[in-house]
Each structure stands twice: as structure tokens, then as C-alpha cells.
Ligand binder design. Structure first.
Ligand code: G3I
Length: 392
């Protein structure tokens, strides 16, 4: 399938980026399998989607961005729902105190709407100092720090929610506030002045700004043995929110499964029964579930690519069979669709070593056994009442 200049323009490629495509070795859009993962999901009352990056305006046709026609073709061919990988985080939307930068996020929302896809928001507060914008780390909360901190949070959440309005129907309001090792709420410059009211304030402000939006707590507690304390901490945290009538609708299961540990080791092995019990207790609180960032960290899997892909697919199917058995799951999103542009292969996270193969498509944009495993798990899942209007 050769990309024409007209196609390039359709994806918003102009000038050098569009001219660079033919014959320059850039990946060409492929025809994705039918039925698509989203069509399979829709038949069960679910949606399938993926994270995506905006890239710079008129950027090069490469990477996991909407500038890359090959990547865009996988997204529009397989997905009914997108989520910005980084563009709606506080450090991206408000990198300095003196203003907001919505341009990249707005381009992603426009791309989604142009292709009839829904888009969910990620995230209003990543309650982890490493991902606070610098100005927040050094913010002067003045002589009445608690009210200043509350005002800062309410103003930020309200500004962002109102900017996108009902174009976003589901938000990760708070991300990763439970320490995976202790199971406790992270302590930050915000909790120093507000304690755990930090979390309540964000959810109440989001509900006030968007009364019908799905409000989600998103975290990476996993089904592997090493995650037991993280699961326990998240459950206690959710029970606390419910006991205080905090307006939360769902738990986001990031689902970055596999992990660095050897999946056959005592700490790295999966615990399907414990995972099922955890999900049973969470849904027992009246909460829905989402698979928000699915991929398989295959560091601990066999080195041979074919054997690794098979093992990854079987591991993923087993995880999704347990997770999708809960009718409270309505959305399943991968954290990227193509191995070569996965966050796990970025310099910051790959930490040297071999290329990882965490996504449904390989670096040549060919579907892998993992894509088939996701399709099989969706086909095997019990049907449920759709929570959102189905897209394309
Ligand atoms: O855009 C800058 C670029 O200008 C600069 O040259 C480059 C080198 O410093 O950094 C670029 O920003 C990077 C950004 O990704 C965009 O590529 C940041 O350094 C890098 O830290 C950031 O990593 C993202 C990470 O969250 C932290 O925000 C990953 O792409 C993203 O996949 C990852 O996603 C998180 C979810 O939000 C939450 N759950 C875990 C998941 C994986 O860590």
C-alpha cells in the first residue's frame, strides 16, 4: 500500500514531511486485520484503544505520533479510543507558572475527532514528585499554605477539565499516588499542607467541572507476586475514598505486566487468584475497571524472538482472561501499538539491553501473536452493557 501525497496530507503531513515519505524508507501504512480489535471489543460492549503521541506540529513521519502515517493507520484501523501518552500531563500543559500550553493536546483531540475516535484524559495529577513540574516543587504556598495548595489544585483541575469539556468523557484524575513498596500514600509538597485531602480535592474539582465524566484513579499494581503490597495499598486507598464519598467511578489497571523480574521466579510469577480476588474487592466497592496502559515487559522472557512472542502472547491471554471476566471492564487500551516506539524501548526506560517486544505490532508494523492473544481474549470475554457510545 503506497502512500500517496494526498494520503500524507490527509494525515496532516505537509512540506518536507510529506515529500520525505515515498522512497525514503519510512514505514508505509498497512492494512490492519479485520475484524479490528475495536470491532471485536464493541461486540462485547467494550472499546479498544491505545496511547498516542502528538509529536511536533508538521513533525517527521516517524515514531508513535499522529505525524506518522503508518502509526496513524494502525490506530485508525484497530482503535475506537485514544489516550495522550504525555500531552495532558501537568508538566506538559503547565510547564511554567505563567501559562498553559494546550496546543499538542488539542492536536490529539482534533485527530481523534477527525477519525471518529473517542479520547480519554491522562492525567490531572500524577502524584509523584518526579513528574511534578519544577514550579510545583518550589512553589511558595505563603502564610496559609493549606488554602493556597487547595486553590492551586482546584484552579488547575478546573481549568484543564473546562478546556476540553465533554470532548473528554473519562479522566485519570489521579495517577500513581500509592507507593508500590509500602502501600502508603506518597508524601509530597502537597500532602505536607493538605494530607490525603490532596486526592479528594482533585476528584471533587473534576466532578464539579465535568458532572457526567468518568473519574478514574489509575495505578500500576499488577498481578505478579511482587505487587501484593501495592494491591493491598490501592484497595485500602479506594476504601478510604468511598468512605469519604469522594466522587470516583473507576480504577484504571495500567496493566504493564511481565515486569523486570523473571516470571518464573518467586517474586515475578503471576498470581491469577490473588488478582481475581483484588478485582472482586475493587468492584465490590461499586467501581468500574479500565485496562488503561496494557503492554508486556518481556525482559524476563526467552531471548529467541519467536519463542518470546509466543510466551508473551500466552502470558497476556492468561492475564486478560482473568481481567476481562469482570463485566465492569468497558475500555481496554494498550500503551502503544508498535514495539519500536514503545516507552519501554526509549533510552530512559530501556536501560540498555535488547529491544523489547511489548506491543501488538512489531517494529515493521506487522501484527504479532500478542495481537491475536488480545483478540482471542476479547472474543472469550463475557458480553457487557456498553458504558460509552461505541465509536467507529
Ligand atoms: O519531549 C521531550 C524532548 O523535548 C526531550 O528532548 C527529551 C529528552 O529529555 O524528553 C522528551 O520528553 C520525554 C517524554 O516522555 C516525551 O517523549 C520525557 O523525557 C520522558 O520522561 C517522557 O516519558 C514518558 C513517561 O510516562 C513520563 O511522563 C513516557 O513517554 C510515557 O510512556 C510514560 O507513560 C507512563 C504513564 O503516563 C503513567 N503510567 C506509566 C507509564 C510508563 O512510564
Amino acid at each position: 500500500m503506497r502512500l500517496t501525497r494526498r494520503d500524507a496530507l490527509q494525515f496532516g503531513l505537509t512540506g518536507a514531511a510529506a515529500a520525505a515519505l515515498p522512497g525514503m524508507g519510512f514505514a508505509q501504512p498497512i492494512a490492519t486485520p479485520t475484524p479490528s480489535l475495536n470491532q471485536l471489543a464493541a461486540a462485547k460492549g467494550m472499546r479498544f484503544g491505545s496511547a498516542v503521541a502528538a509529536g511536533p506540529p508538521h513533525g517527521p513521519p516517524t515514531g508513535g505520533t499522529i505525524n506518522n502515517p503508518a502509526y496513524a493507520a494502525v490506530l485508525t484501523g484497530e482503535c475506537g479510543l485514544l489516550v495522550p501518552e504525555n500531552e495532558m500531563k501537568m508538566y506538559a500543559l503547565r510547564p511554567t507558572l505563567d501559562g498553559y500550553r494546550f496546543e499538542a493536546a488539542d492536536r490529539l483531540v482534533a485527530f481523534a475527532e477527525q477519525h471518529g475516535l473517542a479520547i480519554r484524559g491522562h492525567n490531572l495529577l500524577w502524584h509523584k514528585p518526579k513528574y511534578f513540574p519544577n514550579w510545583l516543587q518550589s512553589y511558595d504556598f505563603g502564610s496559609r499554605p493549606a488554602s493556597a495548595a487547595e486553590k492551586l489544585l482546584v484552579d488547575y483541575v478546573t481549568t484543564v477539565c473546562r478546556h476540553f469539556g465533554d470532548r473528554i468523557r473519562s479522566w485519570d484524575v489521579v495517577n500513581e499516588t500509592i507507593d508500590q513498596n509500602t502501600g502508603a500514600l506518597r508524601e509530597t509538597v502537597l500532602t505536607r499542607h493538605l494530607g490525603d485531602r490532596v486526592i479528594d480535592i482533585c476528584f471533587h474539582a473534576a466532578r464539579e467541572a465535568l458532572p457526567t465524566c468518568q473519574l478514574v484513579y489509575n495505578d500500576y499494581m499488577e498481578w505478579e507476586a511482587y505487587s501484593v503490597r501495592h494491591r493491598e495499598g490501592v484497595l485500602r486507598f479506594l476504601e478510604g475514598l468511598r468512605s469519604r464519598n469522594v466522587p470516583i467511578d473507576a480504577l484504571g489497571l495500567q496493566s504493564h505486566i511481565g515486569g523486570d523480574a523473571d516470571v518464573a521466579s518467586a517474586t515475578g510469577r503471576p498470581e491469577p487468584k490473588a488478582w481475581h480476588d483484588f478485582l472482586h474487592q475493587v468492584t465490590g466497592l461499586g467501581l468500574d475497571l479500565l485496562v488503561t496502559e496494557f503492554d508486556v515487559n518481556d525482559r524476563g522472557f526467552p531471548s529467541d524472538p519467536a519463542a518470546r512472542d509466543r510466551a508473551v502472547a500466552d502470558y497476556a491471554k492468561a492475564y486478560l482472561d482473568v481481567t476481562l471476566s469482570f463485566p465492569q471492564v468497558h475500555d481496554v487500551l494498550c500503551w502503544g501499538m508498535v514495539d519500536s516506539v514503545s516507552w519501554l524501548n526509549s533510552p530512559e526506560f530501556r536501560r540498555g539491553g535488547r529491544m523489547l517486544r511489548p506491543c501488538p505490532y512489531d517494529g515493521e508494523y506487522r501484527p504479532k501473536p500478542l495481537r491475536q492473544a488480545i483478540a482471542d481474549a476479547i472474543r472469550a470475554a463475557p458480553p457487557r452493557t456498553p458504558r460509552h457510545a461505541p465509536h467507529a
